[in-house]
Design a protein around this ligand. Structure first.
Ligand code: SF4
Ligand code: SF4
Length: 329
């Protein structure tokens, strides 16, 4: 549904509020495809392109019709209810040609972790466990010139180590000149097919740790694998790029009242240093953030600042997840 947002009315229809995903994004989810992976404030659902998707009913024309519909309404200041207040919405003269350069693969849910904040744990009814194959679709999109080689390719999921097609997909992207491939993993099972892309700087791997100790890890992940994950992080980070850095991050999602202490953050940062990681990345637990984004406690700001300061002292690139970036502006 599109609703008039007076803030988004512009004088020139060629310059309008949109985002990279509306213009050129595509996301594969279990049994559906969408324009982006964010659940908006309005309908609290995805910007849906097609429900009941099974891998065999892909239709690029349908996607383009929906993209054009978004453009048509957004030019008039009528914003999709999912997109209202989204930080990715920006005013630009967009390239309105229909191609894809942001591809997010998240069409399976099998995982070897059981994070307390995982959407699939709280909403098992939303998912079907039958994942479909995407490699054939992706090959055709590339051959047809729809998928650009300069695309950002993101793997969400589910755990990639448990996706049957994962090694083939990674080989395909690397062999076909894709340079910006982001993989999220629990880190519990080592994936050797990532090594080549890590060394060549084509893959950035983010491992979800959320803790600096096995006790806190167990509370969050419900699985006793902290030591194994740390060993795997070290092994991944030994695949260094030509500049000597490793393209691996250990991610920490702050979950208030569970891992929101300086002590735990310090242990996580020191473990990252010991593993020779070049990146640290922080986020706030999504449900908590959505409820509290207008009244974030001082303690959380302090933690973010502390992590940033320590990260800089130790020489690791510090990042916040997109939606909380503004908290340290
Ligand atoms: S504006 Fe936000 S919610 Fe809307 S398509 Fe873009 S990223 Fe998704
Ligand atoms: S690692 Fe990701 S997919 Fe797996 S349980 Fe945790 S949040 Fe869910």
């Amino acid at each position: 549904m599109f609703v008039l947002d007076h803030r988004c009315i512009t004088k020139d229809e060629n310059i309008y509020y949109s985002c990279d995903w509306i213009e050129h994004g595509l996301v594969f989810f279990p049994s559906k495809i969408a324009l982006c992976c964010f659940t908006g404030e309005g309908e609290k659902s995805h910007t849906l392109i097609q429900d009941n998707f099974n891998g065999n009913n892909f239709n690029i024309d349908r996607i383009n019709i929906i993209r054009n519909k978004f453009r048509y309404f957004h030019k008039k200041g009528k914003i999709h209810t999912n997109c209202i207040n989204c930080p990715n919405l920006k005013l630009e003269a967009w390239d309105e040609r229909n191609y894809i350069d942001c591809l997010y693969l998240s069409h399976w849910i099998n995982c070897n972790s059981k994070c307390i904040y995982c959407y699939s744990i709280n909403h098992p009814e939303s998912f079907s466990n039958n994942s479909y194959k995407v490699l054939g679709i992706i090959k055709k999109l590339l051959n047809d010139g729809v998928l650009k080689r300069n695309s950002k390719i993101l793997f969400g999921g589910g755990e990639p180590a448990l996706l049957d097609e994962f090694d083939d997909l990674i080989s395909f992207f690397i062999d076909n000149g894709f340079l910006d491939i982001r993989v999220h993993s629990s880190g519990i099972k080592y994936i050797s097919s990532l090594e080549k892309g890590l060394k060549e700087g084509k893959i950035h791997l983010t491992i979800s740790v959320d803790s600096g100790s096995s006790e806190v890890y167990q509370r969050i992940k419900n699985i006793p694998c902290y030591e194994m994950v740390i060993e795997n992080i070290k092994r991944y980070s030994s695949n260094k790029m030509i500049n000597g850095e490793s393209n691996v991050s250990a991610k920490y999602i702050i979950i208030p009242s569970i891992n929101d202490s300086k002590d735990e953050i310090e242990k996580w940062i020191m473990a990252n240093k010991e593993a020779n990681l070049s990146f640290t990345i922080l986020d706030l637990e999504e449900n908590w953030f959505l409820k509290n984004k207008n009244k974030i406690p001082e303690k959380i700001y302090d933690l973010l600042k502390y992590a940033k300061m320590r990260s800089e002292e130790l020489g690791t690139h510090f990042e916040l997840y997109e939606r909380i970036k503004r908290l340290l502006d």
